[in-house]
Design a protein around this ligand. Structure first.
Ligand SMILES: Cc1cc2nc3c(=O)[nH]c(=O)nc-3n(C[C@H](O)[C@H](O)[C@H](O)COP(=O)(O)OP(=O)(O)OC[C@H]3O[C@@H](n4cnc5c(N)ncnc54)[C@H](O)[C@@H]3O)c2cc1C
Length: 428
């Protein structure tokens, strides 16, 4: 709780019967113990926490014993492909191809589940995220699209436990890892979860990113927000804020990425799971010029369990999903930047923490022995993250229009990606 290892999954809050709460959600968003915890509860919370420890090889073996394929970067899987939801409204309403929402709606329509745990925005504080159980297609779509500020889905574990019927659960890697740990010990809070789905995960941001975005547009009070989107409109979409005054502020997703180095949640830098390795089906953006030029929305889809793969096939046969299989190598090439960031950068950054005597997560495996140039590159990246998250750097960037900064950020990123291409692809 007091280190950078807390990923804010929310399990300790959800399991604690009110003894642990999230404090300061527009600030550090950290769990706080507010009432005495007995040893038994403490043991459960410690066990459920995936921030400090999650044994990838052990849980791969446990949850995917009959996997057809495994790659250290991708995790266990059956098939990988590029796809999208056949329903244009779902495709447009989703973050990329609307795959995750389409799967949930199909499961509800076919009565395979009675509800789905998704993430929406709070009704009372629309600037904050809030997990809820969707029981209709409309509600699933209310939870669609990626939210790039902190989410703590597992704080609704009591509602999940009390739900009568079968559930699908959608979450980020850290949240799902905790659910898997609870499933592994047969904890009653997760007994209703029949399917697990999740988006790929590069990073997430503190709420300060929204505040900073508003400040640059002359808006001082975030309580003026009535609606907040991160992927509004056609893929890749826009960050969009609607205010009580009726004013609407929008910025292209790629430009809004400028907020990342200034407001990144530090834990994102120590999470080494890009493709959400413990789901039944994972979905990411199909980042490649051939798809990006076409707009509309394309996802990379990975079926992992036999159950997930059978579901994918049924949906394709039913005409609900378009799915074109691609090879492992094509998939790695498409997200080479992300794999490098997570599977190399992540382990190097964990190594740096260890050298500084700080606590580090134990993932049950380590990747090491990269080229010297990659370590050197990480020194630059990590220094930039530290420098850019300082109040002075944040203040400086707020003096410029986001469109201008976003444009510069996008161009610098392209140059940086090209110039480090060789280092990143080397033996990937
Ligand atoms: C924080 C974050 C970082 C991401 N980073 C990358 C990346 O680096 N590379 C990449 O290719 N893709 C990334 N994605 C995934 C991508 O943005 C899309 O979510 C993915 O392509 C699935 O799209 P879809 O249209 O199928 O999903 P949709 O149909 O829009 O469904 C998305 C589902 O995810 C849930 N969800 C959204 N945000 C969150 C959240 N913060 N916490 C928990 N649940 C959530 C929603 O409730 C919904 O059920 C990221 C997503 C998030 C949320």
């Amino acid at each position: 709780m007091r280190s950078h290892l807390c990923n804010r999954c929310g399990s300790c809050v959800g399991l604690s019967e009110g003894k642990v709460i999230f404090e300061d959600k527009t600030g550090k968003y950290l769990p706080k113990i507010v009432a005495p915890i007995d040893d038994q509860l403490a043991d459960t919370l410690w066990e459920a926490c995936a921030g400090k420890q999650f044994d990838f090889p052990k849980y791969t073996e446990k949850f995917y014993p009959d996997r057809s394929h495994f790659h250290t970067f991708i995790g266990p899987y059956e098939r990988i492909g590029i796809g999208y939801a056949a329903d244009p409204a779902v495709r447009l309403g989703g973050a990329s191809g609307g795959i995750i929402s389409a799967v949930l709606i199909w499961l509800l329509k076919n009565k395979r589940i009675d509800g789905a745990v998704v993430l929406g925005m709070s009704e009372t504080e629309p600037w904050l995220t809030q997990a809820f159980i969707a029981t209709t297609a409309e509600e699933v779509m209310q939870g669609a699209q990626s939210k790039y500020i902190i989410s703590s889905n597992n704080d609704i574990l009591p509602q999940i436990a009390a739900f009568e019927g079968q559930l699908a659960y959608v979450g980020l890697p850290g949240q799902i890892q905790s659910i898997r740990k609870l499933q592994a010990i047969g904890h009653p809070s997760v007994k209703n979860i029949a399917y697990i789905f999740g988006p790929f995960y590069g990073n997430t941001l503190h709420f300060s990113s929204v505040n900073s975005f508003l400040k640059t547009h002359g808006v001082k009070d975030y309580r003026q927000i009535t609606k907040l989107y991160f992927r509004h409109g056609e893929w890749p979409g826009n960050m969009r804020v609607e205010l009580k005054s009726g004013r609407v502020i929008e910025l292209k997703k790629f430009h809004a990425n400028y907020l990342i180095p200034f407001h990144i949640l530090r834990n994102s830098l120590y999470c080494t799971d890009l493709t959400n390795e413990f789901t039944d089906i994972s979905g990411g953006d199909a980042w490649a010029p051939v798809y990006e030029e076409r707009g509309k929305g394309f996802s990379m889809v990975i079926s992992r369990s036999k159950k997930g793969d059978a579901l994918l096939q049924e949906m394709v046969d039913d005409g609900w999903l378009s799915f074109d299989q691609i090879s492992e190598q094509e998939a790695i090439t498409m997200h080479s930047h992300g794999y490098d960031f997570k599977k190399r950068g992540g382990f190097i950054r964990i190594g740096f923490r260890k050298m500084l005597g700080k606590s580090t997560p134990d993932y049950g495996y380590q990747l090491k022995g990269f080229a010297f140039s990659r370590y050197a590159m990480e020194v630059v990246i990590s220094s930039l993250f530290i420098l850019m998250s300082t109040p002075v750097a944040r203040w400086i960037v707020e003096q410029f229009p986001p469109k201008f900064i976003g444009g510069i950020f996008e161009r610098s990123r392209t140059i940086w990606k090209k110039s480090t291409h060789q280092i990143k692809r080397k033996e990937l």
